[in-house]
Design a protein around this ligand. Sequence first.
Ligand code: FES
Length: 114
Amino acid sequence: MEDRTAHVEASGFTDHVLVCTTDRDGKHACCGEAKADDVLDAVKEWLRDRGVFWSSVHVAETSCLGLCSESGTAVAIQPRGRWYAGVTPSEVSDLLEAEFGSDADRLGVGPTVK
Ligand code: FES
């Protein structure tokens, strides 16, 4: 095991956007059946358009975040402690703008949406 905390901090890490892409068979809703891949692509595109994808902002696909919904995908933004359920691809821009600012100039500043 190697502790890479100092490396990540030195890289300028500010925020981690977690997108649930869980797809499973069964009777319960899952993000994979609610356009999770499109939400993930929209998150990456929004960040790329502002030149911050894989800079201080990291994006990761996750397994179930416990916010399953038929209407959309679960998204969490850490360490600011923000949790969203039912996110659709068309809502990603407004969500990220509310969190990070329209030009992604509010990275690493903590919660901005109440
Ligand atoms: S399947 Fe995505 S939050 Fe549960």
